[in-house]
Design a protein around this ligand. Structure first.
Ligand code: NDP
Ligand code: OXD
Length: 311
């Protein structure tokens, strides 16, 4: 019988427990810290940003399953037991929700809504017509599970879509750029930039003054990757200069975003509280059960993280 450690400060354990009871009653879920007396009894872990050092104290772990698609909060633990396979979530509902977020905010900036919101606040009637989607290029940083699905939804709406990844990709209707040399070329033609990268040593602070300066003047930014992709002061400066016309931000260096952070006061920025796409227990528990069954059968888990790449 697998003994599953559940550790998250934001996910509701009750919903996950219900899903496991329905799908796999043999899995015994124990919520950290209240229900765990002895970490030696734990053999798999389902976690979101667990306290550093916690997993190292479970000597019999066979699987570490992230509650989310991103694993930066796990891999930042210096004591992470690196011999245990780490898997991340890939789930159709998670993907669908991210598509919704990206389409919503792309259309918001495409249709000049930050400007109209300012006009409304000033009771100002001034007609400006947005160009058709066919004349806008959306550039996506990260053409993985979520980036590719979002790219496909945007091409269906008529946008020109480009994407950047480590390795070159081939998807119908999406122009692929890769590696350090491919980035400036994509940025130069991007009107709306969407960041859906994992946070790694290579991608931290990538959305800085240099990168924002390579976009055409008046471009927009959507960040639904991680807060530490963005250099906050550089975005504020780019908004002040008009280099960036507007931004939608779902993720922040510090979450919750502190009440005195300058982003709150900027009408050009749309803020959402890290809700672009969240793992749903009903949908994702089946994936977690499958991964536990695989590991118990001696197979690698699905969507195992490559610890050397960091995603
Ligand atoms: P994937 O691992 O499927 O995709 C990651 C993509 O980023 C890949 O295309 C990869 O390239 C590319 N990439 C990674 N490092 C680099 C680099 N140094 N240079 C260029 N490209 C790079 O991840 P997902 O699509 O599933 O998720 C992406 C991220 O989205 C998560 O890590 C998380 O941070 C964020 N997220 C945010 C949520 C929210 O609610 N805000 C919800 C879910 C996820 P390649 O294909 O060549 O490997
Ligand atoms: C995730 C997230 O990575 O919620 O899944 O950010």
């Amino acid at each position: 019988m697998p003994h599953l450690l559940f550790a998250s400060r934001i996910d509701k354990a009750g919903h996950w427990r219900e899903s496991f009871q329905r799908l796999a009653p043999d899995i015994e879920m124990r919520v950290w810290p209240d229900e765990v007396d002895d970490l030696a009894q734990i053999d798999c872990a389902l976690v979101w940003n667990p306290p550093a050092g916690l997993l190292a104290r479970a000597p019999n772990l066979r699987l570490i399953q992230s509650l989310g698609a991103g694993v930066d909060g796990l891999l930042s633990d210096p004591d992470l037991p690196r011999h245990v396979p780490v898997a991340r979530v890939v789930d159709p509902l998670l993907t669908q929700c991210m598509i919704e977020y990206v389409v919503l905010h792309t259309l918001y900036h495409h249709r000049l809504m930050p400007m109209f919101a300012r006009q409304q606040a000033a009771a100002l009637w001034h007609e400006t017509i947005a160009p058709p989607a066919q004349k806008r290029t959306v550039g996506i940083l990260g053409l993985g599970e979520l980036g590719t699905a979002s790219a496909q939804a945007l091409t269906a709406l008529g946008f020109r879509v480009a994407g950047w990844s480590r390795r070159p990709k081939e998807f119908p209707g999406v122009t692929s750029f890769s590696g350090a040399s491919g980035l400036p070329e994509m940025l130069a033609q991007t009107d709306i930039l969407v960041c859906m990268l994992p946070l790694t040593g290579e991608t931290e602070d990538i959305l800085d003054a240099r990168l924002l300066g390579q976009l055409p003047a008046g471009a927009s930014l959507i960040n639904c990757g991680r807060g530490r992709h963005l250099v906050d002061a550089d975005l504020l400066a780019a908004l002040d200069s008009g280099q960036i016309a507007g931004a939608s931000l779902d993720v922040f260096r510090q979450e919750p975003l502190p009440a005195d952070h300058p982003f709150w006061a900027r009408s050009e920025i749309v803020i959402t509280p890290h809700v672009a796409s969240i793992s749903d227990p009903q949908s994702t528990a089946a994936f977690v059960v499958e991964n536990i069954r695989r590991v118990w059968a001696g197979k690698p888990p699905l969507h195992q993280v490559d610890l050397s790449k960091g995603y």
